[in-house]
Design a protein around this ligand. Structure first.
Ligand SMILES: [Zn+2]
Length: 382
């Protein structure tokens, strides 16, 4: 199992190098278009087959080095596999690099990249964090990116063997929600108030843009969505970091709701539902999984059904237990707790049942819970 970290490095090309990079970006995008067109007409997206069909022509037509041509074909095939609609055109904004066409020189923090006509050395502007991450490494893949403001970056991928899974002593249950983005079984809350404020702030602007429907309105809409997504991603990074740090400190596994169930779990109002199901939950869970994997912390997906209406003290399950969105009061034993906190405790207990590293499972006489699968380590990011 591997973990992949991406280090974003700012490049500082000379004016001549800029021209060369732009020409290469353009040629690469055109080559992608050409490869996609060939794949479409051939009717398959297997990169080896497509390569057989158009490799020579791509090299001759666009002047790309052999490995850049192969990367362009690979990208086109990958894009076609993802979207049935298929790309109309590739934008000249990024190029994939592998070990043969890219190198890293630690002594002066430069990168060597193959461009159209030759190999060039590009100087960088790196912070201490990036230098520390790159020190002593031999990265084997990277993506050259030109941003909208004209700045060039190299996204360097560092692949590591994931550490062995740690010996866990306990399990942390994490409940994900709207009001509280995440709640752990010890009652720690990560409020969604900031995210909600951000969403509200942009929601009016979005409505206006959608009504207008002009080209510039659509552009603005895209910008707003991106800004909001960045905000939420940042929140998710902060939360996942904190949860994984807590698991590490206490040598615990992390139990989270099984993703498939997140959309169906609640009886949320309709307005909430669209927010419930979204990618943000998937993202938070994914961030937790990625960070946990890098620390060797097992992540256990559990069946999320009824976690919000089951008493985490006596196991009694009834819809009426959930007094309101925020309050939980058990009809059977009178146990009271914040609803999210109670759910997190249930998730923890379900995780414990499934975690092989926990010696004695104390179910406390509770009703047995259904499990959704074996404890697994998160899949590595691609
Ligand atoms: Zn109870």
């Amino acid at each position: 199992m591997h973990t992949v970290r991406t280090i974003v490095c700012k490049l500082t090309p000379t004016p001549e190098q800029r021209v060369e990079i732009d020409a290469t970006l353009k040629a690469f995008a055109l080559a992608c278009d050409f490869a996609a067109e060939s794949a479409r007409s051939l009717g398959f997206t297997n990169k080896v087959k497509v390569q057989h069909a158009c490799y020579r022509e791509i090299r001759e037509t666009f002047g790309l080095s052999s490995n850049l041509a192969i990367r362009a074909i690979a990208r086109a095939c990958a894009a076609l596999k993802v979207s049935a609609k298929m790309h109309s055109a590739f934008a000249p904004t990024s190029i994939d690099y592998d070990a043969r066409i890219f190198s890293f020189h630690e002594w002066n923090w430069n990168f060597g990249l193959t461009l159209l006509s030759r190999r060039v050395k590009l100087t960088t502007k790196l912070g201490e964090r990036q230098k520390a991450a790159l020190k002593g490494r031999k990265p084997t893949s990277a993506v050259l990116v030109k941003r909208r403001d004209g700045a060039y970056f190299l996204h360097v991928q560092l692949t590591d063997e994931a550490p062995e899974s740690i010996e866990t002593k306990g399990t942390i249950g994490v409940d994900m929600g709207v009001k509280n983005l995440a709640t752990t079984d010890d009652g720690e809350n990560f409020s969604g108030a900031d995210v909600d404020a951000c969403r509200r702030k942009y929601s009016q602007a979005r409505k206006t843009c959608q009504r207008k429907g002009t080209k510039s309105a659509k552009r603005k809409l895209k910008k707003i969505s991106k800004r909001e997504a960045r905000f939420r991603a940042n929140e998710n990074h902060v939360i996942s970091k904190r949860i994984v740090a807590k698991a590490k400190d206490t040598a615990s596994a992390i139990a989270v709701e099984d993703l498939g169930g997140i959309g169906q779990r609640t009886t949320a109002r309709k307005a909430d539902r669209s927010r419930m199901k979204g990618w943000a939950f998937y993202q938070l869970r994914q961030f937790i999984a990625n960070k946990a994997l890098a620390e060797g912390i097992p992540v256990i997906p559990v069946d999320p059904r009824n976690t919000s209406r089951t008493c985490s003290e006596c196991g009694h399950c009834e819809m009426a237990n959930r007094k309101s969105r925020n309050e939980f009061v058990c009809k059977h034993c009178g146990f009271e707790l914040a609803a999210d906190w109670n759910a997190a405790r249930n998730i923890r207990d379900r995780g414990k049942v499934m975690c092989p590293n926990v010696g004695v499972v104390d179910t406390g006489g509770r009703i047995p819970v259904e499990t959704t699968g074996k404890p697994v380590l998160a899949s590595p990011r691609r």
